[in-house]
Design a protein. Structure first.
Ligand SMILES: [Zn+2]
Length: 307
């Protein structure tokens, strides 16, 4: 049986929120089978649980925010991406502020944390959402056109295309495809950092955003070039970060997808709209488990090594 996964032990990290600049402590804890991933705001007078789901996403400006009542957690996508990449099904995420720490701006610190805690196989079948027919969402036209779609695929792969008119981005790959069955998330995707432009950062700061952002947790560009002295981690790091984000946004579905995702200039808002469109069409998907690991799509039985 292809089993659900959680952590073997708890692990902690301290950092700052990208937008709030606030210090925040994160504790990742094992959770029982079929718990899913549950954020817990432990700093509130009464701790509030926020289980992830497509409907829990209440704000997608700049980052994916989930909430329950008035309790919120911003910028969950990089941690969710690491959970998708390592196949974590069940997890408690205790957090002491309303934003996940940005750490190095990629998912690699979360991958390291999760792997250091150890991954435990659980006595319940891993449940996937298998896409049965194409589902697509679109927005805008001409230069502002963007779209995202899911089509049936026996596995999980993502293709993304960006279209930035910027000399530092144009010179890199603007299209990338990543297949969980043949690629390695930790090696190929997790290290891609978030990116921003100095002119936007100035405007965001004036509005109290990006307060924790800087050259140690983002690729920062002026009108012409990358300002980080160490340059890029991958030569197509920008579009790889969009794949990283999409994996995080899609993992908010609560179960891993079996589908091929492709997108053109999509972002957190459109990715969430795609999940809601899928869920509104019960004929377009089914929940499946695999009694025999050998019949599971390539990549899932051998995800991150459990120890
Ligand atoms: Zn991101």
């Amino acid at each position: 049986m292809l089993q659900q996964r959680t952590l073997k032990s708890l692990t902690k990290a301290v950092g700052v929120g990208l937008h709030s600049g606030q210090r925040v402590e994160l504790t990742l804890r094992p959770a029982a089978p079929d718990t899913g991933i549950v954020f817990r705001r432990v700093d509130l007078p009464q701790p509030v649980d926020i289980p992830i789901s497509a409907q829990a996403v209440t704000d997608t400006r700049l980052a994916s925010t989930i909430s329950s009542g008035s309790a919120k957690v911003h910028t969950v996508e990089h941690l969710m991406s690491a959970c998708a990449g390592l196949g974590i099904d069940n997890l408690f995420v205790d957090i002491t502020a309303e934003e996940v720490p940005i750490l190095d701006g990629s998912a690699s610190s979360f991958v390291f944390l999760l792997q250091s805690a150890g991954i435990e196989l659980q006595s319940a079948p891993k449940r996937f959402i298998r896409v049965l027919m194409p589902v697509e969402v679109r927005e805008g036209q001409g230069a502002s056109e963007k779209w995202a779609r899911l089509i049936p695929y026996n596995g999980y792969k993502l293709g993304f295309e960006i279209d930035f008119d910027h000399p530092a981005v144009d010179s890199t790959g603007q299209r990338v495809e990543f297949d969980m069955g043949s690629g390695s998330y930790s090696r190929d995707i997790a290290r891609a950092r978030t990116f921003g432009f100095t002119k936007d950062v100035e405007m965001m700061r004036a509005n109290g955003l990006a307060m924790g952002g800087g050259l140690d947790n983002a690729i920062v560009m002026d009108d012409y070039k990358v300002l980080n002295t160490d340059g890029l981690r991958y030569n197509d790091e920008f579009v790889k970060h969009k794949i990283l984000d999409a994996m995080g946004d899609l993992h908010l579905l609560g179960k891993p997808l079996l589908a091929a995702y492709s997108a053109f200039r999509s972002g957190h808002a459109l990715n969430n709209k795609l999940l809601r469109e899928l869920l509104s069409r019960p004929d377009a998907y089914e929940v499946v488990t695999f009694d025999d690991e050998k019949s599971a799509p390539r990549g899932f039985a051998t995800l991150a090594r459990a120890w």
